[in-house]
Design a protein around this ligand. Sequence first.
Ligand SMILES: NC(=O)c1ccc[n+]([C@@H]2O[C@H](COP(=O)([O-])OP(=O)(O)OC[C@H]3O[C@@H](n4cnc5c(N)ncnc54)[C@H](O)[C@@H]3O)[C@@H](O)[C@H]2O)c1
Length: 305
Amino acid sequence: MAIQKVGVVGCGLMGHGIVQVAAQGGCQVVVLEAEQKFLDSGLARIDKSLTKLAEKAAEKAVKEGKANEADAKAKATADAAATRARIRGTTSQQDLADCDLVIEAIVENLDVKKKLFKELGAICKASTIFASNTSSFPIGEMATASGRPARFVGLHFFNPVQLMKLVEVVRTDSTDAQVFEDAKAFGAACGKAPVACKDTPGFVVNRLLVPYMTEAMRMLERGDATAQDIDTAMKLGCGYPMGPIELTDYVGLDTTLFIVEGWTKRYPDEPAFTVPAVLREKVKLGKLGRKTGEGFYKWEGDKRA
Ligand SMILES: NC(=O)c1ccc[n+]([C@@H]2O[C@H](COP(=O)([O-])OP(=O)(O)OC[C@H]3O[C@@H](n4cnc5c(N)ncnc54)[C@H](O)[C@@H]3O)[C@@H](O)[C@H]2O)c1
């Protein structure tokens, strides 16, 4: 694989998962954080996840009769340690200079992302491929800011990265064909199924999912059906694990509003990108869903109350 050394910027919710799957895929990984304390907590999350993974792998090996308990544990622990040894943290951008690929997973703010890519464009070797994990911004704008649009892709992972099997690999009109192939190969090495998509709002998943969620909210507003009945209908009628209203609570009403508002501003003529009033009202009241204990439903931790 062309990509051997990977830089990840941001070791938060998404970044720590991307670091882990890249290291599991055999890459050397340098992860950059803004401050040492964020780096420490991100790396601690990876340690916890690798320990859990090792326990599961050992259990599976014993269950399948592949090894006795002691040997299975020793092997799983050694595999986790080898993965961890491929990961290094830093707070200095200079440490990303010789990476083959740098993936950005920082705050969802286009100006901050553009500034970062401009800086990285001046630091990284000419062959470094840049990728953004953005959920809602055009890849092309960041590609231009980086000064190397031909070597820029979107690599959109899903939360939780360690478990979700998909990565959307996004190309702009300027993306070099080989760069795109290398990015897809990297996604596959991380254990993900890469799907190719052009640089369109929401790529594949969010372009279909977010308007589905807002349409469900508009049904609620019109009084067409209750939240419970909308969710039950989509679960039992379509076999979805969660209905759209419950899903909005799960994702976060603020996150959903942020995405749709951004699209509304950028694409004012697209009827699928309008903000339901109920979404705006609930966010104003601080009812952000699961994370605040109330959105459309009441929550106790990760479970509906
Ligand atoms: N949360 C999701 O479900 C999800 C899913 C797919 C994509 N995304 C996208 O992934 C990106 C990250 O989201 P997240 O949920 O992991 O955010 P997060 O807030 O959990 O993590 C972001 C991290 O980036 C760090 N950071 C910010 N600026 C930095 C800089 N200049 N240099 C180094 N580190 C910096 C922060 O300290 C923080 O730890 C966003 O673009 C988001 O849209 C999120």
